[in-house]
Structure formats: structure tokens, C-alpha cells
Design a protein around this ligand. Sequence first.
Ligand SMILES: *[C@@H]1O[C@H](CO)[C@@H](O)[C@H](O)[C@H]1NC(C)=O
Ligand SMILES: *[C@@H]1O[C@H](CO)[C@@H](O)[C@H](O)[C@H]1NC(C)=O
Ligand SMILES: *[C@@H]1O[C@H](CO)[C@@H](O)[C@H](O)[C@H]1NC(C)=O
Ligand SMILES: *[C@@H]1O[C@H](CO)[C@@H](O)[C@H](O)[C@H]1NC(C)=O
Ligand SMILES: *[C@@H]1O[C@H](CO)[C@@H](O)[C@H](O)[C@H]1NC(C)=O
Ligand SMILES: *[C@@H]1O[C@H](CO)[C@@H](O)[C@H](O)[C@H]1NC(C)=O
Ligand SMILES: *[C@@H]1O[C@H](CO)[C@@H](O)[C@H](O)[C@H]1NC(C)=O
Ligand SMILES: *[C@@H]1O[C@H](CO)[C@@H](O)[C@H](O)[C@H]1NC(C)=O
Length: 441
Amino acid sequence: MYSTVTTAPVKKTKRLRSTLLEDPSTLEKPWVTTKDPYARLAYFITVGIAFLGIAGSAVRCYFGYKSVPMINGNLCMVLDEEFNTDTNTVLGAGGNWFREIELGGFGNGEFEMTTDSTNNSYVQNGYLYITPTLTSDMIGSDNLYNGYTYNLTDCTYNITNPSALPSTSTTATSNDTTFDAAAYYASCGAVSNSTLGTIINPVQSARLSTRNSASIRYGRVEVSAKLPRGDWLWPAIWMLPVNNTYGAWPLSGEIDIMESRGNPASYPDQGVNYVRGSLNWGPLSFLNAVFKTFGWWTQRRSDYAQGFHTYVLEWTPEFLRIYVDSRLHYMLQLSFNEPFFTRGDFPTVVQNGTQDIVLQNPWVNGTNATPFDQPFYLILDLAVGGTNGWFPDNAGGKPWLDGSNTAMRDFALAQDTWYSTWGSVEDRSLVVDYVKMWQLC
Ligand SMILES: *[C@@H]1O[C@H](CO)[C@@H](O)[C@H](O)[C@H]1NC(C)=O
Ligand SMILES: *[C@@H]1O[C@H](CO)[C@@H](O)[C@H](O)[C@H]1NC(C)=O
Ligand SMILES: *[C@@H]1O[C@H](CO)[C@@H](O)[C@H](O)[C@H]1NC(C)=O
Ligand SMILES: *[C@@H]1O[C@H](CO)[C@@H](O)[C@H](O)[C@H]1NC(C)=O
Ligand SMILES: *[C@@H]1O[C@H](CO)[C@@H](O)[C@H](O)[C@H]1NC(C)=O
Ligand SMILES: *[C@@H]1O[C@H](CO)[C@@H](O)[C@H](O)[C@H]1NC(C)=O
Ligand SMILES: *[C@@H]1O[C@H](CO)[C@@H](O)[C@H](O)[C@H]1NC(C)=O
Ligand SMILES: *[C@@H]1O[C@H](CO)[C@@H](O)[C@H](O)[C@H]1NC(C)=O
């Protein structure tokens, strides 16, 4: 989900002038009357070359096929979620999905707050829906911009950030002194103040994870989903480590199986006709080498909001592949043939402000798969906007600048430009048909 954006070069279609502009009846056709003595020879040469071409591509296909690494071993199913029961069974206590309730932007400056409301996540007719709604529908427009304090009930920050809790206690209590209250309140409460330019997160959405139900260390994940359409919507199917074995993000890695943008195909930085897969990893909190390990697939005449597609992760100690529908449509295919520290090609010394830091390899005792050699759980979410560069500045009519203190307010004030593109609940939701996870066993 955390991401540095590298955009696809936009291919310009070259239009060639038609060669049929002249009246064909006025053209000379010498071959109709004159027999070419070399015609026969030319015929055999042509057919011969064509045959060699076909044989050659068959050989190429065969070796191409043979070189596609496959999971070698048994897969044991750890999660089979068809969404065939009701919301409470699936999303309530004891269900497979844990709803994260936060509003601090999840490290990306995202503009949505995530809720446990059935307005934002629910099961209907065998599908899971994650639906973005307007906060102003709940608290009114005036409150959004000024004089309102919004405190999340049952904020899950303490659960998802156990490292923020005092090391001496696993249960949060009011007399903890080392607790980072500022970080907690930044994720669990918001105040609108028109003088300061702060607002309450203008959109409500959901973020669901299997952190309490399922995780895998190598194996396969398969998610059938229809992506949302609408400007600045950012759906994601992705994974985080259960335990940060090698340190906090991105030291322990992140696996993005699918990320997209709900903007139309005309959007210059890859709209809803693109899906992307990537790995995030790096030796320092501000050194993420995602640009070494990402890719995408695209559709020319359709997009990923028009129907269901299957997003798949295949992951073993030897390789990792992320694809959509077919292995031929891979977004990322990586052989674990060198240590990640080598793959990163990092400088030996990096600057942190005025401080020089000599880089240490946090995975020095691992294998070529490290940090992707520990259990990861799955997350499904639908974010909106953000200031981390997923939506680059000054492109596609983006109504905010990432560096602005009032980015979220600028986004909210432009509601007329984006809300009209969201369409019906069906169109603007991330709709999931099923989720399956297998452990390599
Ligand atoms: C759902 O949204 C409506 C307004 O759109 C609001 O009145 C209602 O309280 C919300 N329900 C929940 C469970 O949050
Ligand atoms: C907004 O912030 C300003 C500056 O801190 C403060 O003076 C003012 O009272 C605040 N307004 C509201 C409505 O809280
Ligand atoms: C989170 O932990 C802090 C510190 O222990 C505590 O004050 C706060 O009430 C906890 N919040 C929740 C929602 O559990
Ligand atoms: C919190 O403080 C109270 C009163 O000083 C004390 O009795 C209690 O043991 C403390 N709780 C923890 C978990 O330290
Ligand atoms: C509500 O959230 C605001 C902003 O984070 C915070 O300053 C305030 O202490 C919170 N109030 C309560 C009762 O948690
Ligand atoms: C994560 O760490 C906790 C506490 O050390 C441990 O109990 C648990 O087994 C670990 N989980 C995994 C999947 O490694
Ligand atoms: C970078 O500098 C900031 C601010 O001084 C500090 O909080 C942080 O810990 C430093 N990061 C590293 C990896 O040294
Ligand atoms: C690697 O292993 C050595 C020896 O056990 C240990 O001293 C060192 O701290 C380990 N390094 C890391 C980064 O885990």
C-alpha cells in the first residue's frame, strides 16, 4: 500500500496514411498478365520461412513454458471464504475478517477513515462489499470543516500497533507513561478547525484483515474481485508480516497483490484499466526499494471495474509471482536468486537530515527470500486519495498537492469534481466474490 509511483510510459498510437486512397481501377496490375518465372521458387521460400517461423515459435513457447517456475509441493488450505453467509458471521467477532478502525492515514496520508459500520463493509448475495460513503452524510458539512471533534469508538490502533504500547504491559491501561499518546490520537481522533485548515476525514470506508484468522509463510493466495470506479479511489489486496521479524516497515516487507486507481482510462498515471503488483522492502524506515520490484498488467479495451478478475500470489522459498487471471498476465515475477540487500543496490552511507547512517543489512542472517520468509496476513481495503504519491501531483485534475498542509481539505472542497464520478454503490465498491489462502506444506 505504501508506494513510490513509477508510471507507465504512455504509448502513442501511430496512424499510418492509408495506401488505398487512389482509385484501384486506375492502378496497373502487371502480374495479372505476366507470369513470373520465379513465382514458384518465391512461393516455396515464403512457405518454407513461414514454416521455420512456426516451428521456431513452438520451440520458444515450449522453453518459455518450461522456464515458468511452478509451486513444487503440497498446498494446504488455510482460508476458504466464499462470503456465502451474513455480514455478522463474516465480519463480526469470530469471523475471518478483522475491521481496522482508524483515521490517521495509515502512513500514506490517506483521506478516508475506516469504520466497522455496515455502511462501509457488508456481505450481500454472496459478495463482500467495501463501500466508500461521505462523512458529511453522518455529521453534516459544517461540522466537517469547523468546530467538531470526531473520536473513533473502538479505535483499533492499540491492536494493530502493539509496539506502541508500553513494553511492560500487554494490556493497555491509563497509567502507562511510555505510551505514545500523540500517535494514538493522530490515528483515533480528528478535530475540524477552519482557521487551522484541519477537517474530519471526508470519506468513510473499510479495511479488513485476516490478522486474527489466517496467515501463510509461502503458498498461494487467490482473490476474485471487481474493482471500484471513481476518481481517487485506491483499492488494494495486500499482505503485511504477522510479526515484524526484521524490524518495523519496510524492514520486514510488504506484498502488494493488487493496487489500482479508480480514475478513468484517460487518467495519465494508470487508471482503472491497470492493476499493479509489488514488493515493498528496505533497510531503513525511509528507504523503500519498491521501485526494484513492481510491475503491472493492463487491458486495452476494457478495465478492471467491468467485471470480476482473479488476483493471485504464488510464493515459495525460490520465487514469487503476482498475476491476474492467468500466469501469462503476470504483474511481478521474481526469482529469489540473490539477497534482497544486494538486489537493493543501496549506497553504503545514507543521509538522515544532518546525520550520516552507515547502512546495515537487516537480513544478513537470512536467505535469498528474506524478509519474505515469515508469515504474512491478508488485507482488503479501499482507500481514498493520500499524500504519498500514489496519485502524482498536477495530473488528471488532482485537486490537492501532496506537500500541502491542507491537502485533505482541498480534496474535500473539490467534492463536486470527484463524487459525481463514483456512481452507484455497485460501481464505487470493491466487490469480492471469494478469498482463498493456501500454505505450502
Ligand atoms: C449509515 O449512514 C447513514 C447516513 O447515510 C447514517 O444515518 C447511519 O447512522 C449509518 N449507519 C451506521 C451503522 O453507521
Ligand atoms: C481553531 O484554532 C484556532 C487557533 O488554534 C483557535 O484560536 C480557535 O479557537 C479554533 N477554533 C475552533 C472552532 O475550535
Ligand atoms: C490504547 O492504549 C492507551 C495506553 O495504554 C490507553 O490509554 C487507551 O485507552 C487505549 N485505547 C483503546 C481503544 O484501547
Ligand atoms: C495503575 O496505577 C494504579 C494506581 O497507582 C495501580 O494500583 C495499578 O497497579 C497500576 N496498573 C498498572 C498496570 O501498572
Ligand atoms: C478526541 O480526538 C482528539 C483529536 O485527536 C483528541 O485531542 C482528544 O483527546 C480525543 N478525545 C477523547 C475523549 O478521546
Ligand atoms: C509472533 O510473535 C508472537 C510473540 O512473540 C508469537 O507468540 C507468535 O507465535 C508469532 N507468530 C508468528 C506467526 O510467528
Ligand atoms: C532519522 O532522523 C530522525 C529525526 O532526527 C530520527 O527520529 C530517526 O530515528 C532517524 N532515523 C534513523 C533510521 O536513524
Ligand atoms: C546475525 O547473527 C549474529 C550471530 O548470531 C548476531 O550476532 C547478529 O546480531 C545477527 N544480525 C542480525 C541483523 O540479525
